[in-house]
Design a protein around this ligand. Structure first.
Ligand SMILES: C[S@@+](CC[C@H](N)C(=O)[O-])C[C@H]1O[C@@H](n2cnc3c(N)ncnc32)[C@H](O)[C@@H]1O
Length: 298
């Protein structure tokens, strides 16, 4: 069982990802998700919420997909609500993607919130259109996607197949060439669900921060941290996960709770509490998070 799982993880991690925009990739059709036409994000104002979330879900940046869905972490959200009861809390969500998976939690929590920090290391992109191709840049000017009407290259995804490896190298080079244009003529696209942006305008309780877990946290300590579908052994090494959890522990109040969720066939959740500077397992739903065993006691 473990061998099969490791093999699947290896294939996902190392295989080519070249998709045509009919949603088929050229190999391993059944293993990989389908990629819709990401270039449409250049015209994001024309997209409805569902299409927008679907497109963003197929962005691959640094080491993870931005996959997300409304009410995706419902069991986790319900347990957070149950745990809080009538206390006033501040809460941090790490790796929120478009924020749509937190909408429900925010609506239900509103009365009990001091602050809800929605964070992710990629909320803002610049897209440069060059002839018929669209180059996506992060805020540091690194290109990570090239797309047009017919195909999409995810440049952060490794390819061992020579054709795609070389193609990606070529597009990375082109990306560097057009980097200057990104400053002058790149279109800013915010990768947040419109309903979240509206909530931010209406309420000062919800705050958006483009934050990488490896950076220092410049706000108050937190009562609750929710991390759903981020700390994943497919993409991160055990050591990297431990480092991230150590950083999160630092910004959690003593007695604060850390919810780690993995949506697989079922929603698996492990809940830890910070106690005397150690993370103690307090609760589990379904199988619990895959990383549970090496988080306990950190
Ligand atoms: C698979 S999505 C999960 C989105 C949402 N939590 C959900 O469950 O639907 C993972 C998100 O985590 C973000 N992410 C991954 N590693 C991160 C890190 N070290 N710091 C901040 N964000 C990170 C990615 O950009 C991506 O948006």
């Amino acid at each position: 069982m473990n061998i099969m799982k490791n093999l699947k993880n290896f294939l996902i991690k190392n295989s080519l990802i070249y998709y045509n925009n009919n949603g088929n990739n050229l190999l391993f059709k059944n293993i990989f998700p389908k990629i819709p036409p990401l270039y449409k994000l250049f015209y994001s104002e024309e997209l409805d919420n569902e299409e927008f979330n679907e497109l963003v879900s197929h962005i691959y940046y640094k080491k993870t997909w931005k996959t997300t869905l409304y009410k995706r972490n419902l069991l986790t959200d319900e347990l957070i609500l149950k745990t809080i009861k009538s206390k006033k809390v501040n809460l941090l969500e790490v790796g929120a993607s478009t924020g749509v998976s937190s909408l429900y939690l925010f609506y239900r929590l509103r009365k009990h919130l001091l602050t809800f920090y929605l964070t992710d290391y990629l909320f803002n992109v610049k897209i440069v259109k060059v002839k018929n191709s669209f180059f996506f840049y992060d805020t540091k000017g690194k290109s990570f996607i090239v797309a047009n009407k017919h195909w999409t290259f995810l440049l952060d995804k490794k390819s061992f197949f020579p054709v795609f490896f070389l193609a990606k190298r070529y597009f990375r080079m082109k990306g560097k060439k057009y980097q200057k244009r990104y400053i002058d003529s790149g279109r800013d696209v915010v990768l947040l669900d419109r309903r979240i942006l509206k909530l931010v305008e209406e309420s000062d309780k919800i705050r958006i921060e483009q934050w990488d877990t490896s950076e220092p946290w410049n706000h108050e300590q937190l009562d609750i941290i929710k991390v759903a579908n981020v700390l994943n052994l497919v993409y991160l090494k055990k050591k990297e996960i431990i480092n991230i959890v150590n950083n999160l522990k630092l910004i959690l109040k003593d007695d604060g709770l850390l919810f780690i969720t993995e949506n697989r066939e079922k929603e698996n959740l492990s809940v830890f509490q910070k106690n005397n500077n150690k993370l103690i397992l307090r609760d589990r739903l379904n199988k619990g998070a895959e990383i549970e065993e090496f988080i306990e006691g950190i």
